[in-house]
Design a protein around this ligand. Structure first.
Ligand SMILES: C[S@@+](CC[C@H](N)C(=O)[O-])C[C@H]1O[C@@H](n2cnc3c(N)ncnc32)[C@H](O)[C@@H]1O
Length: 586
């Protein structure tokens, strides 16, 4: 989501910032840095005994993760030392990464960064598919792209017009297999990839079709004509091929932009040992600290979002944990082949804000969502039960249906998707769903994205205010389901703060009783923007790493805070001057 085209600049006068930059002093001293693939020791061959993951030439200050048997499942990653919330546990460059097709022309294929201001990405003149931000990135990527380049050209010759470019999964798998050839089948790089978990022997029948499709496409992409041609890639049988695909699907991470937009896939054998929890103690982010050399990016950071004690297992979430238990379980089963037994999944559902509704009498209490057409739990405060069970159940069904419909049509017809989202939000709010309740939270997120995109094209005061209200509802929902410092919360707060800081189009009307309306106007709006951005920065410093200064998004927020403080100072001074003028006249 980009704010580049929103009018965030305001006239400002010189003033001192109250915000301390924590970045400069600490960054070089304490950021954990690892490079993968240059270790002199075999790192991954110990499923049973404790062993440190030692991956880096630059690992001097690293407190390595230990890989050992986990009580959660198989192997897991454990820290040897305590970590505070906001501490970067490890920072690694993935072995492979690939951009999703819509982002190929927007981000550099090597470092996954957007072009720096006023510099355009340069396209590979041979395949005309991948783009680079600078010659260094193109040179760094050439050892694998030289194979990929030919494969992409061949693929295009025979591909149907709507699939001229292979999917990100296929391009990532291609890069893994070329990596095996480049590094050698006995290399640390290849061994590390081959030690990742495969679900080949326990694949559910529902996965057969997608695996078969991926396997056929991969063989076509690699231009392989007989099984013997797969041997240089270490594939001697169909089972080996299924293993490669399963290792990829089980261990791939979403590659995200610095504001958490999903832009591709990445595989890191270090991060792949981290087990899942729906209530994790850490997150994976790509903070994109702007002064890091581009060839070091994309740098995957494992950041503690809660205190982690020595010997504790580090957990992350593989999925969107704002979803209710049933949907989380379904997704984990389908994609990762397991049933989650984390604390959140074992908690009683009626305590869960993801399924919470307001009291039917609006007494201020809440109640769990109806479970089916005969069970409707009472309000926890006044014990009232609903008289409109059918319409409440309809609101959930329509909400879910419309979420899927609006998601599908968001690119082809964003205006229609926006109207649909707005209508269904109204239905769910009227039925009493709380902002954190699914699917209201998910539709609110989509609606916010669509509104922001439309603001970039044409901005009216009404549209801006509607976007702010939607953003505030989204933040309220997230606050109920995610812990403080979760990067998704931090980014959502930053978006709200930036929206509040956009210049109002109509003149402020503080005098007309508008103090009660939301969003407020004039100086109250600026103060709220400031408060929100300060909160955002505190959360981003945790979610993207304190030593990273909250990542690029944290730094942008800090700059926005400085601008606002100047403006608030100017505003206060203006009022003071006006009062003194008035005093002078009397
Ligand atoms: C990325 S791997 C994690 C490392 C893995 N445990 C190993 O031994 O290599 C993902 C796989 O680990 C297992 N796993 C991860 N988290 C789990 C959990 N909370 N409950 C059960 N199995 C889990 C599942 O088999 C999943 O497909």
């Amino acid at each position: 989501m980009s704010f580049a085209s929103l009018r965030t600049s305001r006239r400002s006068k010189e003033a001192r910032s109250f915000v301390k930059d924590t970045t400069a002093a600490t960054k070089s001293e304490s950021l954990s840095e690892q490079k993968e693939g240059h270790s002199s020791q075999p790192p991954y061959d110990v499923p049973d005994g404790p062993r440190a993951v030692q991956h880096g030439s630059g690992a001097t200050r690293i407190q390595p993760l230990q890989v050992r048997k986990s009580a959660i499942a198989g192997r897991g990653a454990f820290t040897e030392v305590a970590h505070k919330a906001g501490s970067v546990v490890i920072a690694v460059k993935p072995h492979v990464n690939a951009l999703s097709t819509p982002y190929l022309a927007e981000f550099c294929t090597n470092c996954s960064s957007p072009p720096k201001q006023s510099v355009k990405l340069k396209r590979c003149t041979q395949c005309r598919v991948v783009w680079y931000c600078e010659n260094k990135c193109q040179a760094a990527d050439w050892n694998v792209h030289k194979y990929e380049c030919k494969a992409l050209q061949k693929w295009e010759e025979s591909a149907p017009s709507d699939a001229r470019i292979p999917s990100d999964a296929l391009r990532c798998l291609g890069r893994i297999l070329w990596g095996f050839r480049i590094h050698g089948l006995d290399s640390e790089w290849t061994k590390a990839m081959n030690q990742l978990q495969s679900h080949r022997t326990s694949l559910p029948p529902s996965a057969y079709e997608s695996y078969a499709h991926l396997a056929h496409s991969l063989i076509r992409y690699l231009e392989v004509e007989s099984p013997i041609e797969l041997e240089p890639y270490g594939i001697k049988s169909t089972a080996d091929l299924v293993d490669v695909i399963s290792r990829f699907t089980t261990n791939a991470f979403t590659l995200t932009s610095y504001t958490l937009d999903p832009i591709g896939v990445a595989v890191s054998p270090v991060a792949a040992f981290i087990n899942h929890s729906c209530d994790p103690n850490a997150v994976i982010v790509f903070p994109r600290i702007s002064d890091a050399p581009h060839t070091e990016e994309p740098k995957m950071n494992l950041v503690a979002i809660k205190p982690i004690a020595p010997e504790d297992e580090v957990t992350i979430s593989y999925i969107d944990v704002t979803l209710p238990r049933e949907l989380r379980q379904k997704e984990l089963k389908e994609t990762y082949n397991f049933e989650c037994k984390c604390t959140l999944c074992s908690t009683q559902q009626h305590e869960d804000p993801r399924t919470a509704m307001l009291c039917p009498k609006r007494c201020g209490g809440i109640r769990p969502a109806p479970m089916n057409d005969s069970v409707s739990p009472p309000c926890k405060k006044c014990k009232a039960t609903t008289a409109n069970l059918d319409s409440e159940l309809d609101a959930f069904n329509v909400g879910q249906e419309m979420l899927e419909k609006a998601t599908t049509m968001q690119n082809a017809d964003p205006e229609k998707a926006r109207k649909l989202a707005s209508r269904v939000i109204g239905i769910m709010v009227d039925a009493g769903l709380t902002p954190s309740c699914h699917p209201l939270l998910a539709v609110t997120r989509l609606y916010q994205e669509l509104l922001i995109a439309s603001l970039a094209e044409s901005m009216t005061q009404a549209a801006l205010d509607e976007t702010i209200r939607t953003s505030a509802r989204y933040v309220a929902g997230l606050t109920a389901v995610l812990p403080a410092g979760h990067p998704v919360r931090g980014v959502a707060l930053a978006e709200l703060g930036k929206l509040l800081a956009v210049d109002e189009l109509s003149s402020p009307s503080d005098m007309d009783g508008s103090a009660k309306r939301f969003p407020p106007s004039g100086s109250a709006r600026l103060k709220l923007a400031h408060e929100t951005l300060v909160k955002a920065r505190d959360e981003l410093l945790i979610g993207f790493g304190t030593d990273n200064g909250g990542g690029l998004v944290g730094r942008e927020v800090r700059e926005a805070i400085v601008r606002l403080e100047k403006e608030l100072g100017a505003w206060t001074q203006g009022i003071r001057n006006a009062m003194e003028d008035a005093k002078g006249r009397t």
